[in-house]
Design a protein around this ligand. Structure first.
Ligand code: SIN
Length: 311
């Protein structure tokens, strides 16, 4: 069921959805983050009334920063508090969409929907996927069953916890890991396969106002031939947390593990994640805590937020 007479705010952050290529040129050689969110909306015919838009950032999402996240939290908080706003759409690049989604869900876990969407082809492509994804995202934002931060891409709706970019070039580049999609959106209608999760929000006040004070957390990857040099270097530059991306169920090369134990003894918090695309990290007595089913970039966010809570 759709909310009628309600406002949807569309926040633009850049990405391929706002990308352009030279006229007549190879559309794969485009530049992300060129068009404004207002221009993106103009290219989508038949959108419902009551849309507002605001440009929060204009970045290729590989260059996403904590500063942009902080600004998004502030703008989302302001718009979500408006009674006439039914939901919010955020246009984003595909490359770090899953990170932004998880960060926003953990901080805000909004009762209203916040729907991230993106595109694999630039706006100037012969057959761009952005306009359809944007229309679907507005449909989800107006759906009475929607809540929390979700992603709408290529006809599927994913929970922030589950969504991840799983393909480098296909139009349906995202999947939901073992959990799969939350629902589907087609022809202006959302079909929910399960209830959107309701997490407990940490709240915007959890975030230090100066992003430079956010605890530094890095990812290191365990692989054949690895040693502890990167871990030692991170400790030396003052990393507060390290997520070690292990093999299989989160096992770590003994050479790297030694340095991780030294880092832990020096006060660095160490968690384990996995290089595998599916499954959870096994908890083992005496080993570093596992990040469950969170992908490594989401585990990094989780640890950073946990460390904020401790400082
Ligand atoms: C980006 O993530 O901003 C560029 C790639 C994309 O959106 O597909």
């Amino acid at each position: 069921m759709q909310n009628t007479n309600a406002v949807v705010v569309v926040l633009g952050t850049g990405g391929t959805i706002a990308g352009t290529s030279a006229p007549g040129g190879d559309e794969r050689l485009y530049q992300a983050a060129q068009l404004t969110v207002g221009q993106l909306l103009q290219a989508v015919p038949g959108l419902p009334p009551g849309l507002e838009c605001e440009q929060v950032a204009q970045v290729d999402s590989k260059d996403m920063t904590h500063g942009v996240w902080h600004r998004l939290v502030a703008r989302l908080g302001q718009h979500l508090a408006r009674p006439e706003v039914a939901g919010i759409v955020v246009t984003h690049g595909t490359d770090t969409l899953e990170e932004t989604a998880w960060f926003l869900q953990r901080v805000l876990a909004p009762a209203k929907p916040v729907v991230l969407t993106a595109a694999m082809r630039p706006a100037t492509a012969a057959a761009p996927d952005g306009p359809g994804n944007l229309r679907d995202a507005v449909t989800v934002a107006l759906d009475a069953g929607a809540r929390g931060v979700v992603a709408a891409m290529a006809g599927s709706v994913f929970a922030a916890r589950d969504v991840r970019k799983a393909h480098t070039s296909k139009l349906d580049a995202f999947d939901g890991g073992d959990a799969g999609p939350l629902g589907a959106v087609m022809d202006g209608k959302v079909t929910w396969l399960r209830e959107p999760p309701s997490d407990e929000p940490l709240g915007a006040a959890h975030l230090p106002p100066d992003v430079a004070a956010w605890p530094r957390v890095d990812l290191v990857v365990s692989h054949a031939g690895v040693d502890g040099a990167v871990v030692d270097a991170l400790r030396a530059i003052g990393a507060k947390g390290i997520v070690a991306v292990g093999t299989g169920s989160g096992t770590l090369h003994e050479a790297m593990q030694r340095s991780l134990h030294e880092a832990q003894a020096a006060g660095v918090t160490v968690w384990r994640a996995t290089r595998c695309a599916r499954g959870e990290v096994a908890e083992r007595p005496g080993d570093f805590p596992g990040a469950g089913d969170l992908t490594p970039p989401k585990a990094r966010i989780e640890l950073m937020l946990a460390l904020m809570g401790r400082s």
